[in-house]
Design a protein around this ligand. Sequence first.
Ligand code: FAQ
Length: 335
Amino acid sequence: MYTQALNQKDVAPAAGPAEDPERLARFEARVAAEDKIEPNDWMPAAYRRTLTRQISQHAHSEIVGMLPEGNWITRAPSLRRKAALLAKVQDEGGHGLYLYAAAETLGTSREELVDQLLSGKAKYSSIFNYPTLTWADIGAIGWLVDGAAIMNQIPLCRTSYGPYARAMVRICKEESFHQRQGYEIMLTLARGTEAQKAMAQDALDRWWWPSLMMFGPPDAESAHTDQSMRWKIKRFTNDALRQQFVDATVPQGHFLQLSFPDPELRYDEEAGHWRYGAIDWEEFRQVLAGNGPCNRERLEARRRAHAEGAWVREAALAHAAKRRARRAAERQAAE
Ligand code: FAQ
């Protein structure tokens, strides 16, 4: 059902001619042996394509992901909270840049990747199309959204493409700080006044289901999982990571004495897992189709920022050109 709606073939061009079977076999043997594939190594076109797609969508998610929290930097309730939030949002900008750099090693320029985002062709994580209505949303984003991001990204430190795997190591360290600052906000609110507790509960109610959707469609409907698992781009399936996240997060929510907005949530003693109710995949599909609560606002904000930042890019390029010319002149004078 979704595969049709979710696949963007205009971002991922159609498969080219069949690969040379010997090269393909050598490549697959290297992947099976847990060798890292590096930018200058031979790789199948489809491997390059799916990595460019995944890494660039990940980069776009970090950059668009700065917007919902950026909304609260001026309204954080104390200097300490403001400093931590500012640092977190800056980290996200940094993650976007490492990821664009990793994607560029696959041969697509950053300009093209950014164009794909701004033209609405490329996806970014569904979660960033929801609004941040109260301060507790900043706690919920750190706890749940960064918590989900870590669950998905720790295995990516072992992904088969070297530049992506290396970028993920540092990103995951920073995400871990992000998750803790979010949980600490939730803990403070949950132990606060009745109004603060209610604010924390309301944030959990609104962010819980969208956080589960971050892991992507169910395995049976995931277009890329099988191939990405074979190439060790993904190390776990969407459903497996979703379950790990639920198992880790439900006890944390109970410690906060908050309740989850899922009447079917129950512990399955035999399996050792928290079982959850049905996810509203129609909502997910709508968000991916551009009809989430904030899709238009997010893209408009990115387009505006890109246009308003044009002079910075031009100035940086002019400065780099001047430095290059000066160095060349100095080298010539020294010869
Ligand atoms: N939202 O076949 P699959 C963060 C698309 S970073 C939107 O299962 P795949 C940090 C998918 O792209 C969050 N689209 O795809 C932070 C594909 O479409 P396509 C981002 C989604 O790639 C925290 C189609 O559906 N993290 O949060 C979503 O094998 C706080 C079919 O799906 C990453 O990007 C979705 N949720 O698995 C920042 C991690 N799910 O391309 C600020 C790296 C699926 O065919 C504040 N990415 N789609 O048109 C991945 O691990 C994978 O790409 C998945 C999807 C798991 C996201």
